[in-house]
Design a protein around this ligand. Structure first.
Ligand SMILES: [Zn+2]
Length: 395
């Protein structure tokens, strides 16, 4: 066979390239195969190792050369209710003043204190807030003590709930993640989220017409092996107590099943699923959950990294479920709130998220319409948590 001059040149370059790949430790892989560790696919089927020592994921911090419009949003566009507040102790005027000055700087009008406390600890917080000039800036949720669930527990818990509401709480929460994951019954077995002993308590929420703000499970990847395919590898490596991936531990799916059983069993009880029910990475699944359970609303704390990586789908979702979503932040870090405002309010592209260990990717803004923002920021919270300050909200 006689090669044309061009074909000959291409063949020669190809042969040289292959030779070079071999020299540099190139490895051939079959279609569908992955490159071996420490290498990357430089041409189809050809993997190479870099000539320099590769940095760890901790040290690789590339400067972005993208030049694009930036709209930092230090203050929310509308007054906001943070339904997932963990502001720390609020028992002295100094503590309250410190939180108020942060709230003012962010345009947070009301913080819902979601520390899951009951009885004497609850009344102490309520007394300090009631004595403060800022009492209209806070509302407080009560707590449930899930220890020793057994016969009679449900009725007692319902009585305690009633007392806590009389003392001034406007709901319960945040029911902690340990409920379902770690809390046990007196016989040592795991207390399941849908354990029937608790039915009298959940029924009391309906009778008293207050919501239960409940955190169930953890991000899906916390239940998966800690390998280099896990998108939360760094977080799990930093915080071993977040790993729920040992043999015998309850699975993510088991917890979701129990939670949905609870929602189904008590259709008259209003539940607020914290952290988008940990389905922010699968909005179709979350839609299904909301469609199936009209008694459930969701809260957006600590899942911004999932919204900001799918801004178009997230925008559609917020518009469709605009009456079911509330803003909440969870961890009280004043510098982090503006990232939420920016993702919700702007159309900015490819900007940093606030914690590298949550997300190795960048954020994009959802540019939510004002009507939707108002609902997410305060209208839904005022409706769901009765007893919020009634007046003074924008129409
Ligand atoms: Zn939580």
């Amino acid at each position: 066979m006689r090669l044309s001059r061009t074909a000959f040149a291409i063949a020669l370059v190809g042969a040289l390239g292959a030779g070079l790949a071999a020299q540099r430790g190139g490895t051939r892989i079959a279609p569908g195969q992955e490159c071996p560790p420490g290498t990357t696919e430089v041409r189809p089927g050809n993997c190479q190792a870099p000539q320099e020592q590769a940095p760890s994921i901790l040290d690789y911090r590339p400067r972005s050369t993208l030049v694009t419009a930036e709209h930092k949003v230090p203050k929310a566009k509308f007054p906001t209710v943070d339904v997932h507040g963990h502001p720390g102790a609020l028992t002295t005027p100094e503590q309250i003043d410190r939180v108020i000055s942060v709230m003012d700087s962010l345009n947070l009008r009301v913080m819902l204190v979601a520390e899951n406390v009951s009885g004497e600890r609850l009344t102490r917080t309520l007394a300090a807030l009631n004595a403060s000039p800022h009492k209209e800036r806070f509302r407080v949720l009560a707590g449930v003590d899930f220890r020793n669930v057994g016969p009679g527990w449900g009725a007692n818990a319902a009585r305690q709930l009633e007392a806590d509401l009389k003392a001034g709480a406007i709901g319960v929460g945040e029911v902690p993640k340990s409920f379902g994951l770690r809390i046990t019954k007196p016989d040592g077995s795991r207390l399941k989220v849908d354990d029937p002993e608790m039915d009298p308590l959940w029924a009391a929420f309906a009778r008293l017409d207050v919501p239960a703000f409940i955190h169930t499970a953890e991000p899906q990847e916390f239940f998966q092996p800690l390998d280099y395919k896990n998108e939360r590898w760094l977080e799990l490596a930093l915080f071993p107590d977040r790993r729920n991936n040992q043999p015998g531990q309850v699975t993510f799916e088991q917890l979701m099943t129990e939670r949905n059983n609870l929602f189904r069993k008590h259709p008259k009880t209003r539940f607020v699923a914290a952290h988008f029910g940990w389905h922010a990475n699968d909005l179709a699944r979350l839609s299904k959950m909301l469609d199936e359970f009209p008694n459930v609303t969701i809260e957006a704390g600590a899942i911004l990294y999932d919204l900001g990586r799918q801004p178009r789908a997230a925008r559609e979702f917020f518009i469709k479920y605009q009456d079911r979503i509330m803003f909440g932040k969870d961890s009280f870090q004043p510098d982090e709130y503006p990232y939420y405002w920016r993702v919700f309010e702007t159309a900015d592209e490819y900007f940093d998220y606030y914690r590298d260990y949550h997300a190795t990717w960048k954020m994009y803004g959802m540019a939510l319409p004002d009507d939707v923002l108002k609902k997410v920021y305060y209208k839904n919270a005022v409706r769901v948590f009765k007893g919020m300050p009634a007046g003074g909200w924008p129409q």
